[in-house]
Write a protein that binds this ligand. Structure first.
Ligand SMILES: *Cc1c(COP(=O)(O)O)cnc(C)c1O
Length: 376
C-alpha cells in the first residue's frame, strides 16, 4: 500500500519541458522568465494598478514587506500566535517583536477585537493571515489598520487564487505576500511574491532583493546585466531565478484544474465526514476559497490515536501549527488571551490534500477517518 503524503505538487510534462528549455538557454538566474512570471501573477490576480515582485521564498517576501513598512528595532507587529514560523522569524529579522493575538474559533484567522486590546505605542504593522481553506476578514483588517495608523501585511500563502467580495486575493490589501514553496497550491520549487501599490515601493523592492544593486529591471528581464550601477541601501540575495519562474508559469497554466480538484476533494471530505461524531470540520466557502490545506478538529484526547490509526492505514497527516508562543524563542513576547489558540492547537490535524488528488486516495482518507470514529 502506497503512503499518501499530506501534500503533493502536480508536476507534469509542462514543468519538465520548462526546466529543460531554461537549462538549454543557460541564463539560470534572474531574467526574462522572472519578468514573465510577475506579469502573469499580476494579470491572474487582476491588479493592473499594483506591482508583483518575485522573490526567493515567502519568508523573503515577508521580511521585505516589514522593511518597506518601516518596522525596525523596538517595534511591535501584531499577528496570530497560530502562525507559520516564517512570519515570526521575519519580524525578528527586522529587530522587532511579535505580539501574539488570538484567532476566531471558526475561521482560525486573527481576532480583531483581541488585536484592538493589544495595540501599543510601538505597534507598526499587523500581519493578517488566511488559514487553510478560509479567509480572514479583510474589510475589518483595513478598518483596523486605518484606525490605528498601521500597515497591513496580508499573508496569502494559503489563499492564492481565492476571492474576497469578488476580488482576487492580492488585489485589495495594503501589501500581499504569496509563497510558492514546494507544497503550496502552486509551486515554483521555492519562491514568493510581494504585491505592493506604489512605484516607490516597487523600486525599493527591486534593490532590496538584489543585494542593493540598482540594476535596471528592464535590462535584467532581457537576460542581460548592466555592469555599472549604484548601491544606495541595504539589500539581500532574495531574487527569484529563471528556472523557478518557469516552473511557476507552467503551474499557473494549470490553475483551473488545480482549483477544481482541490474544491472537489474538500467537498467530498465534507460529505464523507460531516456528521461523524467527534469530528469538527472547517468552515469552507467553496465558491470563493481555493483550499490549500484541509484540517479536522478532533477531541484532544483522540488526536494522537487518530494520527496513529491513519498512519497504519498508510496516510500521512500534519500539524499546522504548534503556536508561536509555545516556542522557546518567543516565550517573552507580549500576548493577549490565547485560549482559542491553546485549544485548537491540541485538536487540529491536517489531512492529505494535493493539487490533484487521486480518487482512490480521497476515498481511503475519508473511510479511514470514519472507521476510526465509527469503529467500522
Ligand atoms: C509557507 C508559508 C509561509 C512561508 O513561505 P516560504 O515560501 O515557505 O518561505 C508563510 N506563511 C504561511 C502561512 C505559509 O503557509
Amino acid at each position: 500500500m502506497d503512503t499518501i503524503p499530506v501534500f503533493r505538487p502536480l508536476l507534469e510534462e509542462d514543468e519538465r519541458a520548462a526546466c529543460l528549455r531554461t537549462l538549454d538557454i543557460g541564463w539560470l538566474g534572474m531574467g526574462k522568465s522572472v519578468g514573465a512570471f510577475e506579469a502573469a501573477i499580476q494579470s491572474f490576480i487582476g491588479a493592473p494598478d499594483r506591482h508583483a515582485v518575485a522573490v526567493s521564498t515567502g519568508h523573503a517576501a515577508l521580511h521585505l514587506s516589514l522593511i518597506l513598512a518601516g518596522v525596525g528595532p523596538e517595534d511591535e507587529v501584531l499577528t496570530p500566535s497560530f502562525n507559520n514560523i516564517a512570519d515570526l522569524q521575519a519580524i525578528l529579522a527586522v529587530g522587532a517583536t511579535p505580539v501574539f493575538v488570538d484567532v476566531h474559533d471558526d475561521t482560525l484567522c486573527i481576532d480583531f477585537e483581541e488585536a484592538d486590546r493589544l495595540v501599543g505605542p510601538r505597534t507598526k504593522a499587523v500581519i493578517v493571515m488566511d488559514y487553510g481553506c478560509g479567509l480572514a476578514d479583510h474589510d475589518r483588517a483595513a478598518d483596523f489598520a486605518k484606525q490605528h495608523g498601521l500597515r497591513v501585511i496580508h499573508d496569502a500563502a494559503h489563499s492564492f487564487g481565492s476571492t474576497f467580495r469578488g476580488q482576487r486575493v492580492g488585489s485589495f490589501s495594503d501589501m500581499t505576500m504569496f509563497s510558492f514553496d514546494p507544497v503550496k497550491t502552486i509551486t515554483c520549487i521555492d519562491g514568493g511574491v510581494l504585491v505592493v501599490r506604489s512605484e516607490a515601493e516597487l523600486t525599493k523592492l527591486h534593490e532590496l532583493r538584489l543585494i542593493g544593486m540598482g540594476q535596471p529591471v528592464n535590462v535584467m528581464y532581457e537576460n542581460r546585466r548592466a555592469w555599472t550601477y549604484d548601491v544606495r541601501g541595504l539589500g539581500f540575495r532574495y531574487h527569484m531565478a529563471n528556472l523557478h519562474a518557469e516552473v511557476g508559469l507552467a503551474q499557473l497554466g494549470k490553475m483551473d484544474r488545480i482549483v477544481s480538484s482541490r474544491r472537489d476533494v474538500c467537498r467530498q471530505y465534507v460529505r464523507a465526514m460531516g456528521g461523524v461524531r467527534g469530528v469538527r470540520l472547517p468552515q469552507i466557502d467553496l465558491e470563493n476559497a481555493v483550499p490549500f490545506l484541509f484540517y479536522l478538529r478532533v477531541p484532544q484526547a483522540s488526536r494522537d490515536a487518530l494520527r496513529e490509526h491513519l498512519r497504519m492505514e498508510g496516510i500521512d497527516t500534519g500539524i499546522h501549527w504548534q503556536p508561536g508562543h509555545w516556542f522557546t524563542l518567543f516565550k517573552a513576547c507580549r500576548r493577549g488571551d490565547l485560549s482559542v489558540t491553546e485549544k485548537l492547537a491540541a485538536e487540529i490535524l491536517t489531512l492529505p490534500l494535493h493539487s490533484i488528488m487521486a480518487q482512490t486516495h480521497v476515498d481511503r482518507v475519508a473511510s479511514a477517518v470514519r472507521s476510526f470514529f465509527e469503529g467500522i
